[in-house]
Design a protein around this ligand. Structure first.
Ligand code: SAH
Ligand code: SF4
Ligand code: F3S
Length: 455
């Protein structure tokens, strides 16, 4: 049997590889959207692709280096082709923005370099690259927001990301984001609501609002006022069919009362918050230019818990920041013990070009960073296990999101963002089911339906 032929055969196959944060995941989907009218269709592997986009991350050295090794592999793939098919190679995202010159020097076979704020111009860049030898570069921060030029996103399953805020004005001394993503910008509230309505009409039940500093959101509203994230969440909660709202990543300084109170008032706002603190030492927090203290962080958590007692917390930690002593590190460990997180991420400090911390004295030795990382990760894992164990026997509302690896298995997520596996019909995908948690597996939970007929 032959596959049915479509009236308009796809002209070019597009493979996108995404590194880094959720904003890049969102951007990659939008790059595919913006290229679709040009006849680009997605393909799952680079081998047969006419165009490959690496949507890159510059946050730590390893992430950036990975791009160059992947580029090397793509080049071999491209030159090994015997069928005359070309492979256009584009580097997008934060490495393209920060290391454009290095990429064109080290990988002259790259056809397009495009920054995170200018990828709405991809169709034009592709047309130019078709005509030209050598890289076509667009890494400016355009005055027009890219969002005004992107087609409405397509829904893929019951969960979706929605970027509401971009960029960062905080300039933590270790971080490249203010340089790669540019200044803070908030999308107008009407645009966000329209995008959310479109997603919900297409079957989305959970939206995660994204921003490098998502809770710094201050979008223009239709009535001429400015909305914060709390107000936006309240308006989104009015959309019929939108069952769950999340947001990430937040900064402690922007955790205002209205947003915290929204956790009490808006049932759709899930009881989970990723709030990076980076360190528990006031000395290090000051050196990092975080502009908050350990006590500020504690107070925020206390207030959040007074509004929503079951809120589950997540954070990011950096170990081995320049000048971090044993006592500073112990202060971080103490803070983790005191707050208790449901999950958290921890990283060894990585020197990034152009950031102030790179020039600081007293860099911490690699072995000490590794030792501290092992200690902090063991503690975080212990807290994650304890949190998961505490859910066993409880009944939780789980949004069933997609098929699992095994037949008959569906994966979902709890209000606290834990992945859950359950035996259920595929028709259940997109529904919120009441499940009894039966066991803890590796980084996930097993569950059964409370009402057996519902499966
Ligand atoms: N906007 C977010 C985080 C963005 S980057 C915030 O303000 O918290 C995600 C995480 O990467 C950070 O929270 C930090 O823990 C880590 N990170 C950023 N720069 C880093 C560096 N130079 N070395 C190690 N980790 C880093
Ligand atoms: Fe980076 Fe700090 Fe901005 Fe977060 S707040 S993106 S860590 S500079
Ligand atoms: Fe990485 Fe850029 Fe995101 S540096 S973490 S992809 S904002």
């Amino acid at each position: 049997m032959t596959a049915p032929t479509s009236p308009l055969p796809p002209r070019r196959k597009l493979f996108i590889k995404t590194y880094g944060c959720q904003m890049n995941v969102y951007d990659s989907a939008r790059m595919a959207d913006v290229l679709a009218p040009q006849g680009f269709v997605s393909t799952p592997t680079p081998e047969d692709a006419d165009m490959v986009i690496l949507n890159t991350c510059h946050i730590r050295e390893k992430a950036a280096e990975k791009v160059f090794s992947d580029l090397g592999r793509l080049r071999s793939m491209k030159t090994a082709r015997r069928n005359g098919q070309d492979m256009m190679i584009a580097v997008a995202g934060c490495v393209a923005q920060a290391e454009g010159a290095e990429i064109t020097a080290r990988a002259p076979y790259v056809d397009i370099l495009v920054g995170p704020q200018s990828y709405h111009r991809l169709p034009e860049l592709v047309a130019r690259a078709d005509r030209k030898n050598g890289a076509v570069v667009d890494t400016e921060f355009p005055s027009e927001p890219k969002f005004d030029f992107l087609p409405a996103p397509r829904a893929e399953g019951p969960t979706a990301f929605l970027s509401v805020q971009e960029g960062c004005d905080k300039f933590c001394t270790f971080c490249v984001v203010p340089y790669t993503r540019g200044a803070e910008y908030s999308r107008p509230a009407v645009d966000v609501l329209r995008e959310a309505q479109g997603l919900v009409a297409a079957g989305v039940r959970e939206i995660t609002l994204l921003g490098q500093n998502v809770n710094a959101y201050h979008g223009d509203a239709a009535d001429g006022s400015t909305w914060g994230l709390g107000r936006l969440a309240r308006a989104l909660a009015e959309i019929d069919g939108l069952l769950r709202i999340r947001y990430t990543t937040s900064h402690p300084r922007d955790m205002n009362d209205d947003l915290m109170a929204a956790h009490r008032d808006v049932p759709q706002l899930m009881p989970f918050l990723h709030l990076p603190v980076q360190s528990g030492s006031d000395t290090i927090l000051a050196e990092m230019n975080r502009q908050h203290t350990r006590d500020d962080y504690r107070r925020i958590i206390d207030q959040l818990r007074s509004y929503k007692s079951d809120i589950a917390l997540s954070s990011d930690f950096i170990v081995g920041f320049p000048g971090e002593t044993d006592a500073d590190f112990k202060a971080t460990i103490d803070l983790i013990e005191e707050i208790t997180f449901a999950q958290a991420f921890s990283f060894k400090y990585s020197q990034r070009p152009g950031t102030p911390a790179t020039a600081m004295k007293k860099h911490v030795a690699e072995e000490i960073k590794s030792e501290r990382l092992a200690i902090i990760q063991a503690l975080i894992d212990k807290q994650l296990d304890a949190f998961n164990e505490s859910c066993v026997g409880r009944e939780l509302d789980v949004l069933l999101t997609h098929k699992g690896r095994h037949d008959g298995q569906i994966v979902g997520r709890t209000p606290y963002l834990q992945p859950v596996y359950v035996t259920a019909e595929q028709t259940q995908i997109g529904k919120v089911a009441r499940l009894r948690i039966t066991e803890v597996a590796t980084y996930s939970l097993g569950a059964e339906f409370v009402d057996a007929h519902a499966a």
